[in-house]
Design a protein around this ligand. Sequence first.
Ligand SMILES: [Zn+2]
Ligand SMILES: [Zn+2]
Length: 390
Amino acid sequence: MRALTWQGTNRLSVETLPDPELINPRDVIVRVKLSSVCGSDLHLLDGYVPTMHAGDVLGHEFLGEVVEAGSGVTQFSRGDRVIAISILGCGDCQPCQRQEFSCCDNSNPNPTFTQELYGHACTGIFGYSHAFGGYAGSHATYVRVPFADVNLFKVPEGISDEKALFVSDAVPTGYYGADIADIEPGDTVAVWGCGGVGQMAIRSAYLMGAEQVIAIDRFEDRLHLARKQGGAIGLNYTQHDIHDALLSLTGGRGPDRCIDCVGMEAHSEHKLEDVYDRTKQMMRLQTERGAALRQAIHSCRKGGTVSVLGVYAGFMDKFPIGAVVNKALTMKSGQQPGQRYVERIFEHIQAGELDPSYLMTHTASLEDGPQGYAMFKHKSDDCLRVVFAP
Ligand SMILES: [Zn+2]
Ligand SMILES: [Zn+2]
């Protein structure tokens, strides 16, 4: 099969690899029809996530067709049109039994690295380094899906491929971020980062009762989509003092719920903070640039909630714990346990309340994968997401 592989920092190539095979009875092999880039892939590309090996296949958001199912698979057979949740659960361990699929104890066959770094082994993720299981990703002709009955979902009739694709990763991530923010009717929600996940967090916040959503980014095309598709108020942080603007939009209180969809490669308009973070990150003295998260904590109203979806891998400097404690903030975070939400999300799509297909601003053949990622990384041609059709 053909596959888009990571070869080193900022080096990708399309290679011919052996087709995946069933390894366990609960596996399914999916022929990939659409596979999207994701902002979290950029951290792999930029070399911020360790344990990537040359030749690893990228990609964790995809839609396709079942071609082969193991003997232990009960719900899928050849020909089913499916999406897979990017973060892998087993369905049987204690976290999975509690529907906390992204805390699964069984889906990562390489537990040592995260056990050392975080105190516990983390869950397996498609195409996301050996620390997260070493699973081959979906930018390929075929992909092996472990624990298929838990992680695969049939796409209901009447929902197009373009609408269903992002239910694999971007939609449930944004939806989860809004869900854990404990939004109450009438709330103002601020969302940092208007990439695919941010766009979905904006939409989800409204679905959960937010009265006003404020979107923060520096790219006008993304802010435009946040306004037009999401119904948000867009703030460009290169033009506004965000803290002042958020206070004046909320009667001086600050947003009730803040959602960070930026993560470890945040940019800052605060020159000293930006230089400090970049220098420390470059010298490997910190792994995270935390400008977006610091601002979310700084602006959140007293007693509010900060929900963190952005990718963070290790350690951040100048973490404002004083503001968290003295403003009585609740912080919540996590990788998405999308298995919990898929059915509800498909219902929103069927009811016309949600249409994620606008995230797909560009399509390309898998053979043009490296160029697709370059376009996505540099956000050229107003690129929000590139979707490959193997
Ligand atoms: Zn992702
Ligand atoms: Zn599990």
